[in-house]
Design a protein around this ligand. Structure first.
Ligand SMILES: Nc1ncnc2c1ncn2[C@@H]1O[C@H](COP(=O)(O)OP(=O)(O)OP(=O)(O)O)[C@@H](O)[C@H]1O
Length: 295
């Protein structure tokens, strides 16, 4: 597997707070990787480190084989659309494209113009007078038209209407297939991620809780429903990710490579949203709360 982003023990501290710690990651090239986690988990921090906008406090991060932000060649390889989709309020749409062409050796002007035209953005309109969604589309166009190897998108579709969102994700998939682009996409919209991502990173409280290929993660996680029982009684190879109980019944999400043989359980498949939610609700690693605590 060729990696487009590799982190080893990556950490970032603001003042006295670690907002990212011990992150070890391998993001595969040529895929769309979803980055999910609750507010404040550290997603934007990770993307800013990958873009070279921030420097790590500990550990290392390598992007497209280089140190993030380490020079013109490195900057050309990475497209980044930050959470607030920054554009220059005083410049028109056309001026943004001219600036993009000036600053980026690999600029694809035909792609940029075609996209702006298809979106119906007036080239003479100042960016400060665009709607939030239109500004996001402009920022995305600039990032895609520089033809990066890796595109880092921090909640890019949050401001787009549902149709624009779907079209943007379709475009993105086409670009990934046509140009072998790699994408890391932070989003709270798991249904969107389910449509486009084949890899996943779940960040919770500054740490990587889960990472892997979506199909494999879905195949190794199961929902078990059955008569109430304490989950500590499960076989050692079945890792309990989440548990909820009523007086009579227990529902667990477990991770295991092997089959579930206990006939007391009804075994169901799990979707991406439930999988992510199970990890978000999970106490920190190593804690196996007792049944009573979970009531
Ligand atoms: N410049 C900064 N100075 C101090 N603390 C910061 C700074 N930027 C972010 N933080 C803190 O770092 C933590 C992680 O923030 P980050 O923006 O990376 O989270 P996030 O997962 O992207 O959240 P969201 O989903 O809300 O966008 C938060 O607790 C935040 O308050």
């Amino acid at each position: 597997m060729t990696s487009v982003l590799r982190a080893q023990g990556l950490g970032k501290k603001y003042h006295r707070d670690w907002v990212l710690t011990g992150c070890t990651l391998d993001v595969p090239a040529g895929h769309v990787t979803g980055l999910v986690g609750p507010n404040g988990a550290g997603k934007s921090t990770l993307l800013n480190l990958a873009a070279g906008m921030l420097a790590p406090t500990s550990g290392t991060i390598e992007v497209c084989g280089g140190v993030p932000g380490s020079g013109a060649e490195q900057l050309a390889k990475v497209g980044f659309v930050a959470q607030d989709t920054p554009v220059y309020a005083g410049l028109t749409v056309a001026e943004h494209l001219r600036l993009g062409a000036r600053l980026n050796a690999g600029w694809d002007d035909a792609l940029a113009r075609h996209r702006i035209e298809r979106l119906g953005l007036d080239p003479d309109r100042r960016a400060g007078k665009l709607s939030g969604g239109q500004r996001a589309q402009l920022a995305l166009t600039l990032a895609i038209a520089k033809r990066p190897e890796l595109l880092l998108l921090d909640e890019p579709v949050a401001a787009l209407d549902p149709l624009a969102r779907r079209e943007f994700l379709r475009d993105l998939m086409e670009t990934v297939v046509e140009h072998g682009l790699s994408v890391v996409l932070a989003s709270h919209l798991i249904a969107d991620l389910e449509r486009v991502c084949d890899h996943l990173i779940v960040l919770v409280a500054a740490q990587v809780r889960l990472t892997g290929e979506v199909d494999e993660l879905l195949a190794t996680h199961h929902r078990l429903t059955g008569p109430r029982r304490d989950e500590t009684s499960l076989p050692a190879d079945q890792e309990v990710i989440s548990a909820s109980h009523t007086d009579r019944q227990s529902t667990l999400v477990v991770r295991t490579e092997g089959p579930i043989l206990d006939p007391a359980w009804t075994v169901g498949a799990i979707g991406l949203e439930d999988l992510v939610l199970a990890y978000l609700a999970r106490p920190a690693a190593g804690l196996r709360p007792s049944l009573e605590l979970l009531r």
